[in-house]
Design a binder for this molecule. Structure first.
Ligand code: UDP
Length: 466
């Protein structure tokens, strides 16, 4: 095994199959994990993927790709709503398991006729793919699970039945700021919830996730020991798993660009950032799914313009509800000439790593949060739903590297928040200092004997022992 890691002996003795959930925030960490296993241990990788949000094999010549029929009805795919897609995909795969069984079998054994070909060691699945885990079980293929959210988020999922029994959920307006002592520092409003899917649907998705996690042969979480030490320790007690590894931030363990972006990343912003002073630019992006109404969009635009600070703003298609490409308000472009740049999709990791970027206004998706932490960039948090509220809570309350912009989006509030973070005042400066301390912890967990680097080594040894 050591020889494999060192690259000695047969450089490609085993194959790992990976199956991400087909959404940007789930694809990226899975492809980074695959990249790390391939680069560090020489493992061969086969990526299973759906037609919905299909990946482009040409962008990953080092991996094999196998398409799995997803059965997501066109109407559901068109909404792009993650919970609807998860439920539809699992239902279709369970209704006709032959399709997924066939795809898995071909990924496992197509090469077995060739004696030299690497043998499938295990399948790493997104935790939302219970139906795939069930199929793999039938084929005798061990599954490992990648959790793309925080350790705190998984603890919240495991506690979901208790949160209902005790009446925290479904949440009441009057109790939103009530602490949940079982999951400190969360309050009721920070628990995993969505506004667009029914509470019952959310419960079902979470119950399936916890079942997938409990059934797996090992769990990988995209976090690191020094970021969530208590949460990881408690999880290890709460889950009786043969292996539970904190191996993140995964994007730091494989090459910078995964080529798994579903939208084209506009690199012209890097040239523009090159012209800006160090630490001066606020990067603004709300991830791949969060949306706002047109009134909020206008308030964000004028808040940024009136702040007087340089900014790079990602206005992706569908950011504004019911419009493909949002129209910037009249006069906005003149008001921010030379100081503001608006693009449709950014190479976010490169942007956050750029010396000109001094702050990130984010929706607090877990990947965005980790990417910001990894570069020591403090945050303005505007969480919208799902795990974003709890991520924002940790950013503000536990790590002290940002603050939440709460309430209605209004230009004066936006302007004030930007000035608080970027304006050189004490509070913003302290957040920047703490972000730098956290960045150093990320660097430590990634170095030769660091916790995440060691976790990847343990993972490889374990995979090869399965
Ligand atoms: N991202 C990107 N370009 C952008 C905005 C986001 O490449 O302009 C990437 C970002 O680096 C992150 C992912 O999209 O890896 C978003 O994941 P996250 O968990 O932050 O949010 P989600 O999109 O799942 O809500």
């Amino acid at each position: 095994v050591q020889g494999v890691r060192d690259g000695g002996g047969d450089p490609r003795p085993r194959r790992v199959l990976v199956f991400p959930l087909p959404f940007q925030g789930h694809i990226d960490p899975m492809m980074h994990l695959a990249g790390a296993l391939h680069a560090r241990a020489g493992l061969a990788v086969t990526v299973l993927h759906t037609r919905f949000n299909a990946l482009d094999p040409a962008r990953h010549p080092e991996f094999r790709f196998v398409e799995v029929p997803d059965g997501v009805p066109a109407g559901v795919a068109a909404t792009g709503r993650i919970i609807d897609v998860i439920l539809a995909m699992n239902a279709a795969m369970e209704a006709s398991p032959a399709a997924v069984l066939g795809a898995l079998a071909s990924a496992m054994i197509a090469e077995d006729e060739d004696e030299e070909a690497p043998r499938a060691a295990c399948l790493v699945i997104d935790s939302n793919l219970l139906s795939v885990q069930r199929a793999a079980e039938k084929l005798g293929l061990p599954t490992m699970v990648l959790r793309t959210g925080s350790a705190a988020c998984l603890r919240c999922f495991l506690a979901y039945p208790m949160l209902h029994d005790k009446g925290y959920l479904p949440s009441q307006e009057s109790q939103l700021y009530m602490p949940v002592p079982e999951l400190p520092p969360l309050r009721v409003r920070d628990l995993f919830q969505t506004k667009i899917s029914s509470h019952e649907m959310v419960r079902e998705v979470i119950a399936r996730i916890t079942e997938t996690v409990r059934n797996c042969s090992g769990l990988i979480i995209n976090t690191f020991e020094a970021l969530e030490p208590d949460e990881l320790q408690k999880l290890r007690g709460e889950l009786d798993l043969p292996l539970l590894l904190a191996a993140g931030p995964l994007h730091k363990l494989s090459s910078k660009t995964t080529g798994s972006s579903l939208l084209d990343q506009d690199y012209s912003c890097i040239e523009w950032l090159d012209t800006q002073p160090p630490g001066s630019v606020l990067y603004v992006s709300f991830g791949s799914l969060a949306a706002m109404d047109s009134g909020e969009f206008v308030e964000v635009a004028w808040g940024l313009a009136n702040s007087g600070h340089p900014f790079l703003w990602v206005v992706r298609p569908n950011l504004v509800q019911d419009t493909d490409i949002a129209q910037l308000p009249d006069g906005f472009e003149d008001a921010v000439k030379g100081r503001g740049m608006v693009i449709q999709w950014a190479p976010q990791q490169e942007v956050l790593a750029h010396r000109a970027v001094g702050g990130f206004w984010t929706h607090c998706g877990w990947n965005s949060t980790l990417e910001s932490v990894g570069e020591g960039v403090p945050m303005i948090c505007r969480p919208n739903a799902v795990d974003q509220m709890m991520n924002a809570r940790y950013v503000e309350e536990v790590w002290g590297v940002g603050f939440e912009l709460e309430g209605e989006l209004e230009r004066g509030e936006v302007e004030g928040a930007v000035r608080k973070l970027m304006g050189g005042g004490r509070e913003g400066a302290e957040m920047t200092e703490r972000a730098e301390v956290l960045r150093r912890k990320v660097a430590e967990c990634l170095d030769g004997s660091g916790s995440s680097r060691t976790a990847i080594d343990k993972l490889v040894d374990y995979m090869l022992s399965l």
